[in-house]
Design a protein around this ligand. Sequence first.
Ligand code: AGP
Length: 615
Amino acid sequence: MCGIFGYIGPRDPVPVIMGGLRSLEYRGYDSAGIAIIEGQQLRIRRCSGKLKNLEELLQEQPVTGQFGLGHTRWATHGRPTEENAHPHRDCKGRIVVAHNGIIENYLALKRKLIEEGHKFTTETDTEVIAHLLEKHFQGSLEDAVVKALAELKGLYAFTCVCVDDPQKIVAVREGNPLIVGAMDGEGFVASDVPAMLPYTRSILFLDDHEVAVVARDGIRLLDTAGNRRKPQFQHIAWDPIMAEKGGYKHFMLKEIYEQPVAIENTILGRFSLDTNTVHLEDIAFTNDVWQEFLHIRILACGTSWHAALAGKYMIESLARLPVEVDYASEYRYRNPVVLPDTLFIFITQSGETLDTIAAQRQVRAAGKTLTITNVVGSMTTRVADAVLYTRAGPEIGVASTKAFTTQLACLYLIALHLAKLHKTLSDSEMRKALTDLTELPHKMERILENSKRIEEISKGLFRQHDFLFLARGIHFPIALEGALKLKELSYIHAEGYPAGEMKHGPNALIDENLPVVFLAAYDPDSSESHQRYEKVLNNIKEVKSRDGIIVALGNEGDADLAESADHLISISPANEYLLPILEVIPLQLLAYHCAVRRGCDIDQPRNLAKSVTVE
Ligand code: AGP
């Protein structure tokens, strides 16, 4: 996600806009820019890197004017360079745009606009908007916006200004947040509330398919057909710090709740129900190259390693290719046997984890490498042969949440793509797998809407000293992840374990003081999944017979589970290979609430760093 801020009014727009961008810096910080209009002049200043680089540039090369807009970028398309920094302009430099989100059909639009004579200067999807506005501009900026919207596909928000239709800022929301405000002859546009609070608490939250025309004399609201709408302003009582976290107490909690949108963004444009295919255009492998891979090895650290382990189950079950998973920190020091035709997949949210990058450099001669990362332009992307981006937006909390679930979504897409190429799934199985994916964000929302239960459960458990997390099959990596979340957030010792292994030793740990979290959800359309579930039920009964405390996560309406559980968490049933994305959410929340009750530092847990760039 990125930060957008626009201002029009009697003040000098530069400090107002820069102040707005500073409060939005948590939304994106790999490059920044500002555009100011003074009479017939449009002046732009842009920088890669942190916002302070733009501030220094403005010191050296100041700009003045009457109104304008600014942007802090979290790159999704195009490296975080000065050239790719927003705002982006049309051919003549008369219109500029600052954008947040993804234009799904930008490549097709770009090709068409180039054929029509437009000259592009960046790698971004955003620049397409500027040229579309230029194409449709006939004197009214908002009319040009309405026409351009008819051609744009994706989830996005953008704002724009034009030298030839001055004294207004036009803002659009199509899936990503954008707010506008007006007060005493001033108008504001922002991605989020913190930027606007210093100026006004009367705020209009744009709905999807709405266009706002912001001027000194107020705000006109239009629908995407250009018809007037009555604006409904809201009064915001938040303090600015609370607002930076979107009203959440911690960034981590905000990021847990962002997961449905993060998944939507990650899968957007990467599959088609019409053609019943996955299309990973952003991965620089042709289908011939994909089909050369007969072995897969996935390397990662920490939470990303848990995603790798779940990816193993997905790819082996769906595409029938052998997958090995290694801790990157271990792989570097053993003398592995690498089979020919191996694809190495690296998973790293930050793209900078030293152990992962070092392993990536080490294997380059042994086979092709694909990296799954959340940070455009990070080191891993410069070492890999191909990149698949999670589009989770900046993950500020040290404990990884939305990056993890979007990594799982990427692995699911890769598994289906390989299954299609190797013909290991029938057309109907592929269609169901893709349809199940489209239903995922809604199922995630439902879990988040019913999360009060998990806070209740944490009340009775946060004083415990040890936890076990048990599961079978593809759910075992999620048991590991649930244990890691509890460890790193609440400093409670926790272990994830295969449920079937309990009888080989760990059963000795069970007593009335040991909470055991069982992952017992299953796919009702899969007999293997149900058989696995029945074995987990038996494990639950074994623990119950030894007075263990049972925390069970299962399908809504599961009466057998309710009978055995001391604490029950219910989620809606789902596809076996997508259940991990759903069942990890309650475990993230359980760890979060236990940590809050224990007074731990949620966003910066002790001894930990967000990106581990040391060995
Ligand atoms: C997860 O909550 C931790 N923050 C940590 O395990 C993290 O996943 C690990 O350090 C790997 O980081 P990366 O994904 O940026 O490579």
